[in-house]
Design a protein. Structure first.
Ligand SMILES: NC(=O)c1ccc[n+]([C@@H]2O[C@H](COP(=O)([O-])OP(=O)(O)OC[C@H]3O[C@@H](n4cnc5c(N)ncnc54)[C@H](OP(=O)(O)O)[C@@H]3O)[C@@H](O)[C@H]2O)c1
Length: 251
């Protein structure tokens, strides 16, 4: 059956696969026929993701790999264990609500370590070591926090995502010589454990959701579906693009 969004026969790495957007993306990729390499730090939650994935059709198995992407030795081991990839969705990340006046160089380092250096270093090494096969597609999960002051006190977070989006465009241009595509997704607020950590109260979240023209925050599947498009052959002429998925917030 004709389906330009199929990921059948592709092997896709998903970071941050133990929770939220990454878990849903791993699930969506496997439902679209891909073999998934899922990575995160928490063994129990990552194993739970693995248990949700439908089996790969051609008899191959999905792969679970534990790694702290801020630790060079973990990144090194992960790279050595990776099969050749047709795609990667780099979701692992964190948030930080901290007014700039209370920020510090350490806080910027902490945020940039996981949101900027971890995905950029992994992408750089996967390309250099040719883990990313010719024609592969990389999807970086950025944020509208990188383009808009979407939520008070998110300057440190926003800066890390803006930097990620900038590198995305340079990588897209450089990697095009090997037909490797690089795009990002900029989600608005998405209902995952990340936004329920107490730094923003549930009342504030409910009030904030009313600012979204489509009347709600996103669900992880809203972002995973965008990633499917960017990974699939349906987007084969798209590179260097930041796909905003935000229920109309940034209009
Ligand atoms: N939710 C939103 O509103 C929203 C909006 C825009 C952008 N985003 C971005 O979307 C991405 C996913 O967020 P989410 O909402 O799905 O958050 P989440 O549910 O908290 O998931 C974050 C994931 O990142 C992994 N992770 C964190 N630190 C890591 C590290 N040092 N090494 C390896 N993995 C690490 C976590 O796994 P372990 O703890 O198991 O390591 C977890 O799987 C993030 O980059 C976030 O900034 C989220």
């Amino acid at each position: 059956m004709y389906n330009p969004f199929s990921l059948s026969g592709k092997t896709i790495l998903v970071t941050g696969a133990s929770s939220g957007i990454g878990r849903e993306t791993a699930l969506a990729c496997s439902r679209m026929g891909a073999r998934v390499v899922a990575t995160a730090r928490d063994q129990g939650r990552l194993a739970e993701t693995m248990s949700l994935l439908p089996p790969v059709a051609d008899g191959e198995s999905h792969v679970m790999a534990l790694a702290d992407l801020t630790q060079p030795q973990d990144v090194d081991s992960l790279l050595k264990s990776l099969p050749p990839l047709d795609g990667a969705v780099l979701c692992a990340g964190n948030s930080m609500t901290l007014p700039l006046q209370f920020g510090s160089r350490e806080k910027f380092n902490e945020m940039f370590d996981i949101n900027f250096f971890a995905p950029v270093e992994l992408m750089r090494l996967m390309y250099k070591k040719k883990v990313l096969q010719k024609g592969a597609s990389v999807v970086l999960i950025a944020s509208i926090g990188g383009t808009h002051s979407f939520m008070p006190g998110n300057g440190v977070y926003g800066a890390s995502k803006a930097a990620l989006n900038s590198v995305m465009k340079y990588a897209a241009r450089e990697y095009a010589s090997r037909k490797v595509r690089v795009n990002s997704i900029c989600p608005g607020m998405v209902d995952t454990p990340l936004i329920h950590r107490g730094t923003i109260t549930e009342e504030q979240l409910a009030e904030d959701a009313k600012r979204y023209p489509l009347g709600r925050y996103g669900q992880p599947a809203d972002i995973a579906n965008g990633a499917i498009y960017l990974l699939s052959d349906a987007s084969s002429w798209l590179t260097g693009h930041d796909l905003v998925i935000d229920g109309g917030f940034s209009i």
